[in-house]
Design a binder for this molecule. Structure first.
Ligand SMILES: Cc1cc2nc3c(=O)[nH]c(=O)nc-3n(C[C@H](O)[C@H](O)[C@H](O)COP(=O)(O)OP(=O)(O)OC[C@H]3O[C@@H](n4cnc5c(N)ncnc54)[C@H](O)[C@@H]3O)c2cc1C
Length: 435
């Protein structure tokens, strides 16, 4: 198969290339006949996609020979690679390798020499094949990606470029749940088995060029300016049955609660949200694969010495599906309520584990007006979330002070930034609400 007809242009400068892109997208907004312009660097992925007619650009802007994109520079902290530096140049040691040979060895492992001669760093990152080497390496090295358009230049961390550090929930849905529960009460233990059903209709707010953004106090002026969409959920409906059991214990000062819930989908009708994607690049296939999800949620608290107390809570999610569990069933960790040194809701997936232990030492001799005695709190938390399995746990150690419902914590990650999402320490302020 050969590609559909297209116009080809080789701009003389980066500014010209950016101008051509902007012109094409401006024309796309105004004209009924939208013009899909694509950059081509080494052409190693794009040309194959065009030959298969997975990509059918009207205009191909060849940036592969632009000198500005071949440059390599370095300062005390960084080495910057131009987007059109080839894999072969890295393999041959023609660019500074701050990783002591890792970059060269990764580049040498990409395909075969003919592909490496033409394939570029920028092309590999922009193509973002989940199986490709350089997107992974960029995230491991916490690289910054410099993005340019007519409106300016901005640098995004690789993790934000691929997965997004802004994990606010763009998922929207209407859901109706019916549950039949029966509580059995005896001897300080309440056991409540339940069965029920969920019916929901899901969609995402925003698109690749978002017109709507979620509302927030934070992050409005950050790099992403709240305009970067999160991975979107597929649009459609899910009907599922659920069953579970809640056990509550209040005995001898021990208070505990464990909820185990199993959800089994009965009908899944989801299709990809393609708004903002250029035509055929977005797969159209409807997903109907069923999934099963087990959610465990538990907490227990008891007195230790005098008025001191220990509280433990744990949360686990495990999901199975023939293919992939729909993103609307992903669970997230991060932020002051969970792992304070991880960005809010930055870790997510269909597997999740979170445990937290809190030791509270009240200063009984001090009585503050209205809120009573202040306390010192020691905290250990550990968690992880991922798709199809659990990556290494991230741990947090915290110390905090508070009174009544309020507490301020200082938390560190003892493994020192082991995760690309992790900061080394964080202050957080919390108000506990018992609901
Ligand atoms: C046979 C074969 C085997 C391969 N095996 C591997 C492998 O084992 N491991 C691996 O990691 N990779 C592999 N690749 C991918 C290859 O290494 C290239 O990284 C990849 O093809 C993209 O680089 P490119 O410069 O050719 O980009 P192109 O094909 O020119 O472009 C790819 C996409 O990126 C966009 N793009 C390109 N440059 C930019 C830019 N500067 N800014 C914005 N968007 C841009 C294009 O518009 C296009 O959408 C293989 C490719 C082939 C053909």
């Amino acid at each position: 198969m050969k590609s559909a007809a297209f116009e080809y242009v080789r701009p003389k400068s980066l500014a010209d290339a950016i101008g051509l892109l902007a012109q094409a997208s401006g024309a796309a907004q105004q004209e009924a006949q939208a013009k899909d312009a694509q950059l081509m660097a080494g052409g190693q992925s794009l040309v194959a996609m065009m030959n298969l007619r997975v990509a059918t650009p009207d205009l191909l802007i060849d940036i592969g020979r632009l000198d500005e994109l071949q440059t390599v520079s370095e300062d005390a902290d960084h080495v910057s690679l131009g987007a059109c530096v080839t894999h072969a140049a890295i393999e041959d040691g023609k660019v500074e390798d701050p990783t002591n040979g890792m970059l060269a060895s990764v580049a040498a492992g990409i395909a075969y020499r003919a592909v490496r001669n033409r394939g570029t760093v920028g092309g590999s990152l922009a193509h973002a094949d989940p199986a490709a080497e350089l997107p992974l390496v960029a995230q491991v090295l916490d690289a910054g990606l410099v993005l340019r358009s007519e409106s300016g230049t901005r640098t995004l961390p690789a993790a934000a470029f691929f997965a997004g550090s802004d994990s606010r929930n763009y998922y929207r849905g209407d859901r109706a749940t019916a549950r039949f529960a029966h509580a059995i009460n005896g001897n300080g233990i309440i056991v409540t088995p339940y069965v029920g059903a969920n019916l929901e209709r899901d969609w995402s707010t925003g698109s690749l060029a978002p017109t709507k953004s979620p509302w927030s106090f934070f992050g409005r002026k950050g790099n992403l300016k709240m305009r970067r969409p999160n991975p979107r959920v597929d649009i459609g409906s899910i009907t599922s049955g659920l069953g579970g059991i809640t056990t509550e214990v209040v005995r001898g000062g021990v208070e505990g609660k464990l909820d185990a819930m199993l959800e089994q989908s009965i009908r899944v009708a989801l299709k990809p949200d393609c708004s903002g994607f250029a035509g055929p690049i977005c797969p159209q296939a409807q997903s109907t694969d069923n999934f099963t999800q087990l959610t465990l949620d538990g907490q227990v608290g008891f007195p230790t010495f005098g008025s001191q107390t220990f509280a433990f809570k744990g949360h686990a999610v495990v999901s199975w599906s023939g293919t992939q569990v729909p993103a609307q069933r992903f669970a997230y960790l991060g932020g002051s309520g969970t792992l304070a040194t991880v960005d809010l809701l930055a870790l997510g997936g269909d597997h999740l584990l979170f445990v937290q232990g809190d030791y509270i030492i009240p200063f009984d001799r001090i009585q503050l007006p209205l809120v009573g005695p202040p306390f010192l709190g020691l905290r250990y938390a550990a968690g992880s979330a991922g798709v199809g399995g659990l990556p290494t746990l991230i741990q947090n150690l915290g110390v905090g002070v508070g009174a009544s419902l309020f507490r301020v914590d200082y938390t560190i990650d003892p493994a020192q930034n082991r995760s690309p999402f992790s900061r080394k320490s964080a202050f957080s302020f919390g108000v506990s609400l018992a609901l």
